[in-house]
Design a protein around this ligand. Structure first.
Ligand code: FAD
Length: 416
């Protein structure tokens, strides 16, 4: 399946995943064209929480997930929302999600996640050192907050998995929380601190810095809406956009939540859903925090970004075309004020919504396809920023015929 370093490659999608893959390929000498219908980094990669969570080896579907999901669906303020009218569309995905929560599946998935996540911060730092933007990624640690033992018990399985895969975890009482983050309000009594994890202080700037370096070294960035991947005798020949056709030896699909619809014409039926997430960033919050703080009971990340304090989270089903729901962002504002009671949030706050590309088993689809020269790298879900640097390297190795450093089988499209 693999080619040579002199091949021409078209990468579809200039989010953090596509940009890292394009950069890695260009660095190996391939002639790479990166196509996006928008400027690089304006999709989901624009507004995530910036957490680099190499220890997050627990899939979203864990044993007991249905019980938690049902109680969340009955609570309009819960971090999970599925509009009733969308339920029939999401039914197949949800069935596969529940199946992925079986203990044997959880073990298999978390083993695969750990191979992909291993050394991800180092991989980000390697790229950023090369592009001259090292300050963007920092090893700040992450602090997860729980109101009490009952809330912590709900996540016990996830913490066990993280620990089993080698993540350093320090349990903190209220005093320990305040020693790290003095602004945390009285509702939180237990902290789980992971000192080795990190963050990006500006995920959008991270994408644009890598894209600019890619272009500086001869990579081509084209703005076009891709409408088809042209195949002849099971071999990719070109990528067709509205504005032109781009002949290539390889096409790499990194179109995030839009990837599955692009592949339907080639008869790939992949259960990719958008889990719509939101953020609110407060430019002058009047308080200072040093690391991503996670309100684990609300599944909300509060991250000190270059541009201000960001609250990010929520899982909303509803597909790619519905308008954003302002109510979801209002809950984030409320959560920010609960975690940090002294925060100053202006009345005129605005919000952002992005499409997390999610498969039901929390693993991306990554690697070769049924067609020669067609490669996949999408569906990184809640961990797409974290996984982008390692997945770009893995894919570039595969395309350039270098030995792989991980087993790609668990990430194959053929598992669906
Ligand atoms: C609220 C929120 C918080 C998050 N927090 C974190 C976090 O803390 N840590 C973490 O690791 N991850 C986080 N994520 C997940 C992460 O942001 C995503 O997994 C990641 O950005 C996906 O990157 P991508 O490049 O695959 O997709 P995208 O960034 O969406 O890029 C896909 C690109 O493809 C382009 N495209 C699509 N179709 C076409 C077409 N037909 N023609 C041309 N171009 C096309 C789009 O324009 C887009 O630019 C979060 C996500 C959200 C929403």
């Amino acid at each position: 399946m693999s080619g040579s370093k002199n091949d021409t490659v078209v990468v579809i999608g200039a989010g953090i995943v596509g940009v890292c893959a394009a950069w890695q390929l260009a660095r190996r000498g391939a002639g790479v064209t990166l196509i996006d219908r928008d400027e690089p980094g304006r999709g989901c990669s624009y507004g995530n929480a910036g957490a680099l969570s190499f220890g997050s080896v627990a899939p979203l579907a864990m044993p007991g997930v249905m019980r938690d999901a049902v109680s969340m669906l009955l609570d309009p303020a819960a971090p999970l929302r599925i509009p009733l009218t969308y339920l029939p569309k999401a039914a197949t995905w949800l069935t596969q999600f529940v199946r992925a929560a079986r203990p044997d599946a959880v073990k298999r998935i978390s083993d695969a996640l750990s191979t992909l996540l291993a050394n991800s911060i180092e991989k980000h730092l390697e790229i950023l050192r090369d592009v001259g933007a090292t300050g963007i990624v920092r090893r700040t640690g992450q602090l997860y907050l729980y109101p009490d033992e009952r809330w912590l018990a709900k996540d016990a399985g996830s913490w066990q998995l993280r620990k089993a895969h080698g993540l350093r975890i320090e349990r903190l009482d209220r005093e320990g929380i305040l020693a790290l983050e003095p602004e945390v309000g009285p509702d939180y009594a237990i902290g789980m601190f992971t000192p080795d994890q990190g963050m990006s202080v500006n995920p959008y700037r991270q994408v644009t810095a890598i894209a600019a370096d890619f272009a500086r070294h001869g990579g081509k960035i084209v703005r076009d809406n891709v409408v088809a991947i042209e195949v002849e005798s099971e071999q990719v020949r070109a990528v067709r956009g509205e504005a032109g056709t781009y002949p290539c030896d390889h096409a790499v699909v990194c179109a995030g939540a839009w990837s599955a619809q692009l592949l339907r014409a080639l008869d790939y039926a992949l259960p990719l859903e958008s889990q719509r997430g939101y953020h609110v960033t407060v430019a002058s919050p009047g308080i200072s925090i040093s690391r991503p703080v996670v309100a684990a009971d609300r599944k909300v990340f509060l991250t000190p970004m270059e541009e201000g304090l960001r609250a990010a989270g929520t899982v909303e089903f509803g597909g790619l075309d519905r308008a954003p729901t302002r109510k979801r962002a209002e809950f984030l504002v409320r959560d920010m004020a609960r975690v940090f009671p002294r925060v100053q949030i202006p009345d005129g706050w605005s919000f952002w919504m992005g499409h997390r590309p999610c498969f039901p088993d929390s693993l991306p689809v990554m690697g070769p396809s049924r067609h020669r020269g067609l490669w996949f790298n999408f569906g990184h879900g809640h961990l797409g920023l974290t996984m982008s640097a390692p997945s770009g390297d893995i894919l570039a190795r595969a395309i350039c015929g270098e030995p792989s450093n991980i087993d790609l089988a668990p990430f194959s499209f053929a598992r669906f």
